[in-house]
Design a protein around this ligand. Structure first.
Ligand SMILES: C[S@@+](CC[C@H](N)C(=O)[O-])C[C@H]1O[C@@H](n2cnc3c(N)ncnc32)[C@H](O)[C@@H]1O
Length: 391
């Protein structure tokens, strides 16, 4: 397995002991923590510095819509050879490697390039994917660095891969590591960085951004109705003492959000935590440039699947995909102008959701919206005729 230099540095950093989780301050809580709501997760048992699920076979994170992802991507990955030989899949959000492991198991000829910005996710995935090491390349990068990651692993940025998978957002392992500050149900430093070496933390934003900027972040990234009120109270409170912990912020949110809204709008900290996480990790900008790069990287007949868990991300996916399936021929022309035809076709009608049985098994899947495209230009049959799978 090939690793970028930064990955091994991160490996050394990634395995500190977890502090005992402390209970966050929840005055008047009328709320039942649920995995449907990422920030609500309570701490799980910890092994080897990594929080794990009760069923350790899922490495702390149960992959969502796994069967559907396989069903959608397999035709593109088996077009050269039924065992995936000759095909390359980019998993742009490797996480614990759950989706990746299934593809590598089912397609013993497939090559996989796995990206993640979080070095501890890469550590977990590296262990899990060790049996497939000769077919796997791991790269520590933001997914908008996909072009450079492809170059690093010997592939062109354009038309060089057969499948791409984006399973967006935070992983269960990130939520389970209390000290990373993603979960409002656990008291922890206000951090929320997916890449612990990036400079900006949630505490930096909360303690330094001016009131208007704070309100804008909460409104835009959290769709928080009470954004201005929360921002004003944050600014007042931090003048007395800066915020250092998630519990301090949760306590303020209980005061800032009026009681009736607290009872109806989900956990009062949910939208603020989502907003801060998106801002800290620059998630929407990163996605907005990663998706076009992934579409460019697909060869004709290649396929992409994206799983989004909140509406701001899904809106970006929808917009980029709508653009990709649109014809560029002027609408008043009665024929398709050569070179202006759509580059992709949609494989899904609207967004697909998890069914009730999966939501029951894995509450995290309740929010998922799956969209998928296929690149036009070379059909599966013509790829087979070109004989790439025979090599
Ligand atoms: C939902 S998890 C993926 C889980 C994975 N599919 C599995 O089955 O184990 C999302 C992962 O994407 C990573 N991630 C989120 N935003 C990223 C970005 N902009 N660039 C690279 N990785 C990112 C997170 O660090 C996290 O590990």
């Amino acid at each position: 397995m090939k690793h970028s230099a930064t990955l091994s540095e991160a490996h050394a950093r990634a395995s500190g002991p977890l502090p005992e989780p402390t209970l966050a301050y929840f005055p008047n809580a009328r709320f039942v923590p649920s995995d449907r709501d990422p920030g609500a997760r309570a701490a799980r048992p910890v092994r080897g510095g990594v929080a794990v699920a009760e069923n350790s076979s899922d490495f702390g994170h149960v992959p969502v819509l796994l069967h559907r992802c396989v069903e959608l991507l397999t035709p593109a990955l088996t077009r050269y050879h039924p065992d995936g030989s000759g095909a390359v899949l980019v998993d742009a959000t490797l996480g614990a490697g759950g989706h990746a492991e299934r593809f590598l198991t089912e397609l013993p000829g497939l090559r996989l390039i796995g990206l993640d910005r979080d070095p501890s996710a890469l550590d977990i995935a590296r262990d899990r994917l060790a049996p497939f090491a000769d077919r796997v390349t791991l790269v520590r990068t933001r997914y908008d660095g996909l072009g450079a990651a492809l170059a690093e692993s010997g592939h062109a940025a354009a038309e060089s891969v057969d499948g791409a998978l984006f399973d967006l957002g935070v992983s269960s392992m990130q939520l389970d590591r209390a000290e990373r500050g993603f979960a409002y149900a656990q008291d922890a430093p206000l951090d929320m960085r997916m890449d612990p070496s990036s400079p900006l933390t949630a505490a930096d934003i909360v303690n330094n951004y001016d009131e208007a900027e704070l309100a804008d972040i909460l409104h835009r990234y959290g769709e928080e109705r009470f954004a201005r009120r929360i921002a004003a109270q944050i600014v007042r409170q931090r003048a007395r003492a800066p915020f250092t912990s998630t519990a301090e912020l949760v306590a303020l949110l209980y005061q800032a959000i009026p009681a009736p809204a607290r009872r109806t709008g989900g956990h009062p900290a949910k939208r603020t935590f989502q907003a801060l996480r998106i801002a800290v990790n620059d998630e929407l900008t990163s996605l907005g440039s990663a998706l076009p790069a992934a579409l460019d990287a697909l060869a004709g007949g290649g396929r992409i699947v994206v799983l989004a868990y909140q509406s701001l991300e899904d809106r970006i996916v929808k917009r980029v995909f709508a653009d990709a399936v649109a014809s560029r021929t002027p609408v008043d022309l009665p024929f398709e102008l050569p070179g202006h035809e759509p580059r992709f076709r949609s494989l899904t009608r609207g967004a697909e959701r998890a069914d009730a049985a999966e939501v029951e098994r894995n509450p995290r899947s309740a929010a998922v919206r799956l969209r998928a495209l296929e690149r036009l230009g070379q059909t599966v049959e013509s790829q087979q005729a070109s004989g790439k799978g025979d090599s």
